[in-house]
Structures are given as C-alpha cells and as structure tokens.
Design a protein around this ligand. Structure first.
Ligand code: KG4
Ligand code: ZN
Length: 338
C-alpha cells in the first residue's frame, strides 16, 4: 500500500510517501522569503506552493522508487490553515486522486500533529496526554484511541508559537520567532526577569497574550526607542520569556497528569522543537514515570509525513472523503469527543 501525503496549510510545502507502513520520503520546502515581511504573506505563500508542489512530488516518488501509478491512497491537509494555501495542496491532491481513480482522505492538520508521535520508532501508548503547540494552536488533549480525542484545554488568546513570533518581533529578532528566541535565550539568563504566567479559572487552559504584553511593557519602559537593546539584555529577555512559556505549558501538563490516568505523553507541533520545552517535558515524564514521545525535528514543524500517517489511519478506520471536499478553516471535522 503506497500512501501519498500532501501538506500546504501555511508556509511549508511538503510531500510524503508511506510505502507498506514505512516512511520512504518526507520532503519539506520552507518558504523562507516571508521573513523579510515579518510574517507569512498568504498570497505569496499560495503562489510558492503552486511552484514547488509538482517538483516535490516527482522527487518524493523518485526517492521512494515509485511511479505515480503505484500510489494507492491520496491524503491532503484540508484545514485549518490559510485558505489560499490549503486550496493548492487540497485541489492538487483531489486532482491526483481523480486521475488515478484512487481513494482520497482529507486530513485535519491538527490531527496530523496530534498523532505525529507515531512517526517515531518509540510510539505513544493509548491513552496518552498530548500537548500540541504550534503557531496557530495550543491544545492539551487526552488521546484515547485513533478516533477518540478528548480536549482538556486550549489557549484563550494567542497560541504558544504565536507568542514566540510576536515577542521575537518586539525584540527585533525577525520571523519565525521560535528558533530566534531559542537561540537568543541560550545565551541569556532566564531568571533575570520574572514575567507573569497567567492563572486561569479553567485549570487546563492557557493564555499567552498577557505575557507578550508584559515583554512589550518591559521593553517600552527600559528601551523607549525599542531598538537599542544591548545584546546581553536581549538574550535575558528572550530567556526569561521562554522560561515563562515553558512554565505555563509544564504546569498544565503536571495538573493533567495528577488528575488523569494516561500511559504516555506526547508533545507535538512547531514549538515542540524548542529545546527548553523538550527538556522540561522529559523531566516531567520522568517524575510521573510516564513514557514520553516527542517527534524529532522534521516531524515537529509542518510536514506531510504526519498527514499521510493520519490519512492512512482514517482510511483503515473506514473514512474516505468526497472529491467535492472544500478546505475548512476550523477544527470542525476533527474527531473530538468534547
Ligand atoms: O506546527 P508549525 O510548523 O505550524 C503551525 O501549524 O502553526 O508551528 C510553527 C510555530 C511558529 O510559531 C514557530 O515560531 C514555532 O512553531 N517554533 C518554535 C521553534 N521552532 C518553531 N517555537 C519555539 N522554539 C522553537 N525552536
Ligand atoms: Zn502545524
């Protein structure tokens, strides 16, 4: 069984192939040119997806030693994401499925991240606690099975990755903010400034907007022109901000581990690439004696391997999508139980 996965929800075009259960290609083309605009420009993103998607497919087939006619199942991200960007991958995938007369599965991008731990050799064990931290979402979930996901909490304002991106902008570090903050933080002192960690009524929810504003106020107060921040101070601000984000995420993870019986933990999404978060999550898993699976870097950010994997699982569960399927902006088609 040869499964093709396509991802184009934001600024990464990705094509992956899973052949007889083995990942044989996971090609990712990142649109680095957005950095000069300080964030993703949706229309430019759609155009770049269009230009690269066919060469990527050719390379993925070549790498997997397959012909297009060998593909048995086509899967594509269908949302959430940028509508124009989603349309490129989804329409391309539907066209391929039609021309090959092969089944098609539309995949929810967040579900791709939620199950991305299964791309690793050591896999999560159901039920597992999943922390999904990306540029658009922050979710704490209990994944009971391949089709049963229980939502414990989410962010009430900014996503964790969005907070990294916004704070990087405040500090003049550029886009994408996560890796830039991490780099600055590695040279800074995270105990230097105590930034607030929001306490919310709902124990499993998150809030990062106050933290971002606290960083902005700190910078405005101490560096009114906003540009002449000495490097060591900038590193300390980045490190202190990162400490606050990791604290907020760790706190809810610990609360959930105290109150729910799970077999393992998985941290996924772009922010799961963060070294400090990975170390904190591993330490928590050790303390609670739980198995932990954090995808390796290529499976943290947006990638088509997770889409092929998820699409295949859904297909095995009896799901198939119509070729009239339209992109969806929210989590409407996810398998959330509540
Ligand atoms: O999952 P992803 O690639 O795309 C979405 O689905 O949103 O996540 C992208 C987010 C961006 O906000 C980026 O700044 C963040 O992940 N990110 C990181 C790191 N690498 C990427 N955040 C913190 N530390 C990192 N090393
Ligand atoms: Zn993503």
């Amino acid at each position: 069984m040869n499964v093709l996965g396509i991802e184009s929800s934001c600024d990464e075009t990705s094509v992956a192939i899973i052949s007889d259960g083995k990942l044989t290609a996971n090609l990712i083309s990142s649109q680095d040119f957005h950095s000069k605009y300080g964030g993703v420009v949706p229309e430019l993103s759609s155009r770049a997806h269009l230009q690269i998607i066919i060469p990527l497919l050719k390379d993925a087939l070549e790498k997997s030693k397959l012909n297009l006619s060998d593909i048995d199942l086509v899967c594509s991200t269908a949302g959430p994401g940028l509508i124009g960007a989603l349309l490129v991958g989804l329409t391309f995938a539907k066209g391929l499925a039609y021309s090959l007369q092969k089944p098609f599965v539309a995949v929810n991008h967040i579900e791709g991240h939620i199950f991305s731990g299964f791309l690793m050799e050591e896999q999560p064990e159901f039920p597992y606690l999943a922390l999904v931290v990306s540029g658009g979402h922050t979710l704490l979930l209990i994944v009971e099975s391949d089709t049963k996901i229980r939502k414990l909490g989410t962010t009430v304002d900014d996503a964790a990755g969005e907070a990294f991106d916004k704070v990087a902008k405040i500090l003049g570090l550029g886009y994408p903010g996560g890796p830039k903050i991490q780099k600055a933080a590695s040279a800074g002192n995270g105990d230097k400034i105590i930034f607030p960690v929001a306490e919310l009524k709902d124990p499993y929810n998150f809030s990062f907007s106050g933290l971002k504003t606290a960083v902005l106020r700190y910078v405005q107060k101490n560096y009114p022109d906003g540009i002449n921040i000495p490097e060591n101070e900038l590193n300390d601000i980045a490190a202190s901000f990162q400490v606050a984000v990791v604290k907020a995420l760790s706190r809810n993870l610990k609360k959930a581990l105290k109150n729910f019986q799970v077999n393992s933990i998985s941290v996924a999404g772009g922010v799961a690439a963060n070294k400090a978060l990975r170390e904190a999550a591993i330490a928590i898993a050790g303390k609670y004696n739980k198995k932990i699976v954090i995808p390796r870097m290529e499976f943290c950010g947006d990638n088509a391997a997770m889409i092929a994997y998820r699409g295949l699982k859904l297909f095995e569960e009896g799901y198939q999508s119509e070729l009239t399927y339209s992109p969806f902006p929210g989590l409407t088609k996810a398998h959330f139980a509540g």
